[in-house]
Design a protein around this ligand. Structure first.
Ligand SMILES: O=CC(=O)O
Length: 328
């Protein structure tokens, strides 16, 4: 099949450079407005296209995959996380799934540090005072936060992003600890000066800061559940740039309200902003709208990965970033 004829539906607006390149290479249907597709729109997109390019805001579940047209052969996700796609059902239907790993690692790790600093250095409170025009000058005891240097950072999930966080946090003088299903190779562990904890419970109980960097899978859903959160020190801070589902957010909210944990920096939520509205106005909680990978450079590189996945598939090969069900 000549490449030009491969029909590709993109579910969201992408950076212009990415849309232009896709249009040059394929018969592309782009989205006019930047709202997520409805389920009916997704179903219709999946009924006639060869390739679907969705994002994290599209729930590509078994029902939708079951109804997909015979033509659909590739779901080339724009993004690394694939918890919104039923990869196993896609595999059974003979539909390949690909994602865009690696290119958002540094941007997300930068955001972990930004959130860590924002919470521990009380930036939210400082910003609010400035925005309200209420600042009355420097004071020896105003806005005292806590120092990152010398503190214990527990990284939950030591993949690419976790390791990039470890490097940054190490440069800030933090002591690096991690929990991961598989222990890192000794040379990697040594290079990061990282300590592995087999027991998540034991690690959680001893950390000053926890950074969630594992993907959301059935085995990481509510990994930080109410019981585990209770193990945290009352002075501990949690940062989550992975997926909201990894933390029991209602339990976290209750603990933040009760002062049983010092603060949280959140970029992701299980139920969006409506899930736990009380979090929004807490002085010790910094909330961002899922912007961990939101740099122009990163989003263009994600587009390049999508292009390469689709193009390689169009040329009759497996996409370089093919996802297999065991990765979920
Ligand atoms: O969160 C963003 C992604 O998974 O790509």
């Amino acid at each position: 099949m000549p490449q030009k004829r491969l029909s590709v539906v993109v579910t969201r607006r992408l950076p212009e450079a990415v849309e232009t390149r896709l249009t040059e290479l394929f018969d592309v249907t782009l989205r006019d407005d930047d709202t997520p597709m409805t389920r009916a729109e997704l179903a219709s997109a999946m009924s006639g296209a060869d390739v679907l390019v969705p994002t994290v805001t599209d729930q590509i579940d078994a029902g939708l995959i079951g109804q997909a047209g015979e033509r659909l052969k590739l779901i080339a996700n724009y993004g690394a996380g694939i918890d919104h796609i039923d990869v196993e059902t896609a595999r059974r239907r003979g539909i390949l799934v690909a994602n865009t790993p690696g290119v958002m690692t540094d941007d997300t790790a930068d955001m972990v540090m930004a959130l860590m600093l924002a919470v521990t250095r009380r930036m939210q409170e400082g910003l609010a005072v400035m925005q309200r025009g209420e600042w009355e000058g420097w004071a020896p005891t105003a806005f005292l936060g806590s120092r990152l240097g010398g503190k214990r950072l527990g990284i939950l999930g030591m993949g690419r992003i976790g390791q990039a966080v470890a490097k940054r946090a190490h440069a800030f003088g933090m002591q690096i600890h991690y929990h991961n299903r598989r222990r890192l190779r000794p040379e990697t562990e040594d290079a990061l000066e990282a300590t592995w904890w087999e027991s998540l419970d034991q690690m959680v109980a001893r950390m000053d800061v926890i950074s969630v960097n594992c993907p959301h899978t059935p085995s990481t859903f509510h990994l930080l559940n109410a019981r585990r959160l209770k193990l945290l020190k009352p002075t501990a801070v949690i940062v989550n740039t992975s997926r909201g589902e990894v933390i029991d957010e209602s339990a976290l909210t209750r603990m933040l309200k009760a002062g049983e944990i010092a603060g949280a920096g959140l970029d992701v939520y299980q139920h969006g902003i409506k899930g736990n509205p009380e979090l929004v106005n807490m002085a010790n909680v910094v909330m961002l709208p899922h912007m961990g990978s939101a740099t122009m450079e990163g989003r263009i590189e994600m587009g390049e990965k999508v292009l390469l996945n689709v193009k390689t598939f169009a040329d009759g090969h497996r996409p370089p970033d093919q996802v297999v069900p065991s990765m979920q």
